[in-house]
Design a protein around this ligand. Structure first.
Ligand code: ACO
Ligand code: ZN
Length: 179
C-alpha cells in the first residue's frame, strides 16, 4: 500500500491547475500526518487503531489534502464510515454515510481545501447505495456549519450534551434518495 505509483493514480485531477494543493486517497503512511492535523485542529481525538480501522474499511472515501510543493505533508483530511440502520417500516436496512471527521490546518483554511475534500469523497461514499449523508457538528462551529449548508446539508435536530465538554451538536443530514 502507498507506492508512489499507487499514490499518483489516486490523485483527483478536478482541481484548478493554479491550486496550491491536491487531494488524494489516504495511505497507511499518511496516518501520522492525519493525526497531527486532527490533534491540532479538533478537540475530538481518536486512538491510532480507530484511524486504521476507518482506512481498512472505508479507504475509498478517506482522503487527504497535500501541498503541491510538499506532497507528503498532510494539510487536511476527511473520513467517513457507512452505517446500516433499519428503514422506517423496519423491513430493510438502509445505509447512511456518516462524516466522521474533517479538518484543515489553520494556515491553509479558506482556500477551498474542505470543498475539494467533501466534493471528492461524497461520490465515493455513494458507491455504498446510500439513503443519506449524516454528521454531527458543534453548535458553535460556524465555519463548519456554513460549509455543510453550502453542500445542502440541513439541520435535522440537536443532540444535547453530545460532546465531552457538554456542548450540543447539530445533527445535519443531506438526503440522497427517498426510502
Ligand atoms: N466562516 C464562515 N464560513 C466559512 C469559514 C469561516 N471561517 N470557513 C469556511 N466556511 C464555509 C464557507 O461557506 C466557505 O465557502 P466560501 O469560501 O465560498 O465562503 C466554505 O465553508 C468552504 O470553505 P473552504 O475553504 O473549502 O473550507 P476550509 O478548507 O477552510 O475548511 C473547516 C473548513 C474544515 C470547517 C476548517 O475551518 C477547519 O478545519 N476547522 C477546524 C476543524 C473543524 O471544525 N472541523 C469540522 C468538525 S465537524 C466534523 O468533522 C463532522
Ligand atoms: Zn458522528
Amino acid at each position: 500500500m502507498g507506492t508512489d505509483k499507487e499514490i499518483k493514480s489516486s490523485i483527483y485531477n478536478n482541481l484548478d491547475v493554479e491550486s496550491e494543493f491536491f487531494v488524494r486517497k489516504c495511505t497507511l503512511e499518511d496516518l501520522e500526518g492525519v493525526i497531527e492535523v486532527n490533534e491540532k485542529e479538533l478537540p475530538e481525538d481518536y486512538p491510532f487503531f480507530f484511524y486504521k480501522s476507518i482506512l481498512d474499511n472505508y479507504a475509498d472515501s478517506f482522503l487527504v489534502a497535500c501541498k503541491k510543493n510538499n506532497p507528503k505533508k498532510i494539510i487536511g483530511y476527511i473520513m467517513w464510515r457507512i452505517e446500516s440502520a433499519p428503514s422506517l417500516n423496519g423491513l430493510k436496512l438502509i445505509n447512511k454515510g456518516h462524516l466522521v471527521s474533517i479538518a484543515v490546518s489553520e494556515t491553509n483554511r479558506r482556500k477551498g481545501v474542505s470543498t475539494a475534500l467533501l466534493s471528492n469523497s461524497m461520490p465515493e461514499v455513494l458507491n455504498d447505495d446510500l439513503s443519506e449523508y449524516v454528521l454531527e457538528v458543534r453548535v458553535s462551529n460556524y465555519p463548519a456549519v456554513n460549509l455543510y449548508k453550502k453542500f445542502d446539508y440541513t439541520i435535522h435536530s440537536i443532540k444535547k450534551n453530545y460532546y465531552r465538554d457538554g456542548e450540543n451538536a447539530y445533527f445535519m443530514i443531506k438526503k440522497v434518495k427517498d426510502i
